[in-house]
Design a protein around this ligand. Sequence first.
Ligand SMILES: Cc1ncc(COP(=O)(O)O)c(C=O)c1O
Length: 465
Amino acid sequence: MFNTIFKNIIPKQTASPLLHNDFFESLRKSDYSRLDKQNHIYLDYTGGGLYAQSQLDQHFESLKQNTFGNPHSTNPTSLHSTKLVQQTRDNILRFFRADEYHCIFTQNASMALKIVGECYPFDQNGHFLLLADNHNSVNGIREYCKNKGGTVDYVPINLEDLTIPRELLEQSLNGSEKSNKLFAFPAQSNVSGVKHDLEWIEKAQKKGWDVLLDAAAFVPTNVLDLSLFKPEFVSISFYKIFGFPTGIGCLLVKKSAFEKLKKKWFAGGTVSLASAATPFHFLARDHERFENGTINYLEIPAINLGLHHMESIGVQRIKSRIDSLSSYLYQKLDQLRHSNNVKQLEIFGPKNRENCGGNMIMTFRKPDNSKIGFEVIEKITNTRNISIRSGCFCNPGLDETNNCISNEELVQYFTSRQTGDYWDMIASLKKMRGATRVSVGIATTQKDLETFISFVKSLKDQIIR
Ligand SMILES: Cc1ncc(COP(=O)(O)O)c(C=O)c1O
């Protein structure tokens, strides 16, 4: 009798362990239903965020209803564009609480980083310090520094949990006598998902460093409050936050550091005055100095809609949702074993996933504990309509750390040939490179996670070649 009573009380389905589940399930239905219509399991949000249907509807309606002219003129259609671009710029600054910053529109985060590389006053007195955990678009800045006679140093990353080695970084920050010192790190690793401590910004500044914070992987699911943390330079790509539009990013520059960036040329829109008969020009005094030529004035207003979408959900709510998705996924995946008790996955990064975002990387193991190539995994997930990403994610520092590739091996490889690539290096070093990355985002549901977990389970005891 008790059984019958309890059967009636206990709900048939147990509640989801994920935070804000009802809200995000219904958001998925209203704004991201194309995923389900096309049967996609999308787990590549760090590669690119997804746009909501409502963002598109509003943006295309605005394009249909209005006439947009090229800004920088006083004609009515031009003024309309100028107004919307200005509103967008103001909204971006408000979104990041960046009263003390200029917002320079760029094509993407990489082009934002390129401005810093090109224009930071690296010379013999220049020093570029960076974490080994950085995207190649940050790593590449070292070439500007080196070519102008500056010094470049990397701070390695802790092998066991891919966090910052505090003492080493402290030593490096203390160890430079140079006058133009730039320290670069990502707010969140695009590979491990580790969120590096933003307190390093002020610590570095107190020791005379300018700080470049690459926020591209952090801002889609975290509040970045630039009234609390004030790096000199911040790089962002908008498609990573809300999917549409692609091709627009920004560089946020603290006003007090603006004149430190030395622009080497000028282009349309970047000068207040230029002469052809004489060699004179005056550069624009604000963001316009770095926005070469015509900005993407048809799509910049769509950023307003993206920001509005984020705010209507609440970035803090997105963050807690992402925390619950990724810790659920981690716990489930970490338990998976072959019948002989060998772990199916090696997941890199902190074991408790404390202070990690929505992306994690892993390698798949066979029952004999040898690794399965990431390309083999991707081939199988492709056939199941699961979108994940594999390789080294443009972050060679973390990949070299995870795959224990020594400096000697790297030097030997690079100095023994004129060209090379990933596959050649794997063959030559006879060491694995790369991993599989899974990343969750705004539209991820429990079903997506369960599908991926089932996929991993389906490889149990399989001898895959
Ligand atoms: C942390 C980080 N920085 C920079 C970039 C470069 O962004 P984009 O390709 O949009 O220029 C990426 C892209 O994945 C990234 O994840």
